[in-house]
Design a protein around this ligand. Structure first.
Ligand SMILES: NC(=O)c1ccc[n+]([C@@H]2O[C@H](COP(=O)([O-])OP(=O)(O)OC[C@H]3O[C@@H](n4cnc5c(N)ncnc54)[C@H](O)[C@@H]3O)[C@@H](O)[C@H]2O)c1
Length: 368
């Protein structure tokens, strides 16, 4: 099985980048990814908390330290900004950076409502700047491998996606979002929504359900049906009670195929044996016929030597951004993807409240 485990370097001069926001996610996932990327040069670091900005600058081998984005932009003139703060910061800081002529990589979600995300996308377009939303799953070697398989002729047309992503509903308004479930949606469900869209295209209608029985802290698991414009379907399992942080995506294809990505760590590709030239493996008990037949599978596992930042897609997400700034492939997901994702989250929230299917167009018209 051919894999998609690297993004070619541009061979051009490094992109002069400023970092805004040095909290948990930035320091655990993004900053440790930067040493793998000679195509990115960090020239400045900014956080309201100066000690965090200073610690980050030291960790990365030295960069100018700021507590105010405006001052940093004026003094350092970076080409691009990576913004990783609470969404209430992301949107205004993102607008500020675009207005200053900086390309923008902004972590998800790119705002706390679709209209904010749309305005960012419009601002980037108007200024002719690259705008990318941080969705690491899209860039993980495992997910890229699965997407390439799903796009191949032998896979047939992708027909369904099952996407599991775990997380608890906050017990008090998260990022100020109400009802409570919107905190879960904007923080976590945005990932499987983006993943499903990256495979099946644009969403038409959303129907969401929540388990009401049992006593799961913060509320029961949520299952969402996404109906896509092209007639395909996705089921999101936003499970609130899981033994560990599980991420799983299964894509099925019209040629009797499926590809399964477990925890961004293993990819399993199944085809009908007759389509591959492989022979079925004899079942242990042939008298039980097809129920016990062992099917050949192609599998790929993240190599042991990969650091977590690479396996989870953070390194390649940053590499894709740098390449796009240097004129390569457009960086995905774009700010427009970020907007579409938030429309879907609002549709999920409304479907949970009203108990009915919610067309994306209804949300776009009202909240667009
Ligand atoms: N892609 C992923 O896997 C993933 C995982 C976790 C979090 N995230 C995203 O990362 C972002 C940050 O989450 P976190 O958990 O690291 O938050 P955090 O609260 O730990 O860190 C946010 C940081 O931003 C700083 N900040 C706030 N306003 C600022 C401003 N105006 N200027 C400069 N700095 C400012 C804060 O001082 C803090 O250090 C969120 O958007 C979240 O959705 C992404």
């Amino acid at each position: 099985m051919r894999t998609e485990d690297s993004v070619p370097e541009s061979g051009l001069s490094p992109v002069r980048v400023a970092l805004v926001g040095c909290g948990r996610h930035a320091s655990i996932c993004i900053h440790p990814s930067l040493p793998y990327l000679p195509q990115i040069q960090v020239v400045a670091v900014c956080d309201l908390d100066q000690s965090r900005a200073r610690a980050t600058a030291e960790r990365l081998g030295g960069a100018a330290v700021y507590t105010k984005t405006a001052r940093m932009l004026a003094a350092e003139q970076p080409e691009a900004v990576i913004a990783i703060g609470p969404p209430a910061m992301q949107n205004p800081v993102g607008q500020e950076c675009l207005a200053h002529g900086c390309h923008l990589l902004i972590d998800k979600p790119p705002g706390l409502c679709p209209a904010d995300a749309r305005q960012l996308a419009e601002a980037a377009d108007a200024a002719g700047l690259i705008g990318q939303v941080g969705h690491n799953q899209r860039h993980s070697p495992a997910m890229r491998t699965a997407r390439r398989i799903a796009a191949s002729a032998e896979f047939g047309e992708p027909t369904t996606v099952f996407a599991k992503y775990c997380g608890e509903i906050p017990t008090e308004p998260f990022w100020g979002l109400e009802p409570l479930v919107r905190g879960l949606l904007y923080y976590q469900a945005v990932h499987p929504v983006d993943t499903s869209r990256s495979i099946l295209g644009e969403i038409d209608t959303v129907t969401a359900y929540q388990v009401q029985s049992g006593s799961v802290p913060g509320g029961g698991p949520i299952v969402v049906m996404l109906e896509f414009v092209n007639g395909t379907l996705a089921v999101l399992d936003q499970n609130t009670a899981t033994p560990y942080f599980q991420v799983r995506t299964t894509i099925t294809g019209s040629a009797g195929t499926s590809v399964d990505v477990v925890d961004l760590d293993r990819v399993t590709y199944l085809q009908r044996p007759e389509d591959t030239g492989h022979r079925r493996v004899e079942p242990a008990q042939p008298e039980f016929g097809m129920f016990y037949e062992v099917m050949p599978a192609q599998t790929w596992q993240v190599p042991r030597q990969y650091p977590a930042e690479k396996a989870w897609g953070y390194v390649d997400q940053l590499a894709a951004f740098a390449a796009a700034v240097r004129g390569g492939e457009p960086a995905k997901p774009t700010l427009w993807d970020g907007y579409q994702n938030l429309l879907a989250l609002e549709a999920i929230s409304r479907s949970l409240t009203t108990g009915r299917p919610v067309p994306i167009d209804e949300i776009r018209t009202e909240l667009g």
